[in-house]
Design a protein around this ligand. Structure first.
Ligand code: ADP
Length: 283
């Protein structure tokens, strides 16, 4: 099966203060997904199921930041925090509705799954996430679409749950039986589509001399490349890599690709080689 994360940087105009969908990318990617689904006999992994996870981009980050969701607060501040939680939850839900509208227009049989309605965290890490329903939807041929959201947290009361952490949890814990070989688990392919072609020695949006890293097995590898500018790694990419290294630790490899490139998502769903960064531990 394939677990595909579509970054907020791809589906929204992420640098804007006001939420805005990138319809050109969304329609193109929906078309690529639909075409791959129609051809799915070409790729056995896709024929065993697809889960899509999307980020919050300019729909989630501004309200979560405005209300400092995830930071400790006093009882007096709770009424304002609750409104911040409600606002953020509603904004990311709107983005998900728009994405699912476009998917359904492309005849993709998606089903929206809202993290805040059943997942909880403890100190920002997933504590409770029942995968049974996702498994059932997959078995019925649906494509679950789950997204970065706000959730209840045992320690902090409320927290932000990133699409990247959701991806890591599902990749680690979901067990789907292979349709071909009895009693065998379906192989999982983990793909992250973002707005750069993978991991670079430093932020490629800021530095022209950033070099592409085809395979990454630790965070230290980036530091080794450039100790003066690796601070930029904190801008988005580092959280992703940390989640993916947790998967690499248990033998699940993942790949970050540039979903801005036309056909990259289609090709990866078809099982074709696409340029990007593979995250896996050295054996
Ligand atoms: P998404 O919204 O797609 O999940 P993010 O915006 O959170 O992605 O992270 C991707 C961004 O990380 C890129 O747009 C890039 O500017 C930034 N970035 C920072 N450091 C690096 C690096 N070393 N290699 C690649 N991207 C980096």
């Amino acid at each position: 099966m394939i677990i595909l994360k579509l970054g907020g940087s791809i589906l929204t105009k992420k640098d804007l203060k006001d939420p805005e969908v990138d319809y050109s990318n969304l329609n193109r990617i929906a078309n690529e997904i639909k075409t791959a689904l129609d051809n799915k006999s070409n790729n056995s992994e896709l024929s065993e199921g697809l889960i899509i996870i999307h980020g919050a981009g300019s729909f989630g980050h501004p309200p979560a930041k405005k209300y400092n969701i995830g930071e400790a607060f006093t009882e007096e501040q709770y009424p304002k925090k609750r409104i911040g939680f409600s606002t953020t939850q509603n904004c990311v839900k709107k983005l998900n509705t728009i994405i699912c509208d476009v998917f359904i227009n492309h005849k993709i049989p998606c089903v929206s799954v809202q993290a805040s309605s059943f997942i909880t965290t403890k100190n920002k890490r997933i504590k409770s996430f029942n995968l049974d329903l996702i498994e059932k939807y997959l078995n019925e041929g649906f494509i679950p679409v789950i997204y970065g959201d706000v959730v209840l947290d045992d320690d902090l009361k409320i927290a932000v749950l990133s699409g990247d952490q959701i991806l890591q949890f599902i990749a680690k814990n979901l067990k789907i039986k292979s349709s071909k070989i009895n009693n065998l688990e379906s192989k999982k392919e983990i793909i992250l589509g973002t707005d750069v072609g993978g991991v670079f020695t430093k932020n490629p949006k800021k530095y022209d001399d950033a070099r592409h890293i085809p395979k990454l097995s630790s965070l230290e590898e980036i530091e080794k490349f450039d100790s003066t500018t690796n601070i930029d790694v904190t801008g988005g990419m580092v959280g992703k890599i940390k989640e993916l290294l947790k998967l690499a630790d248990i033998g699940i490899e993942s790949k970050i690709i540039n979903a801005n490139e036309p056909k990259a998502i289609f090709n990866v769903l078809e099982g074709k080689k696409v340029r990007g960064t593979i995250i896996k531990r050295d054996n």
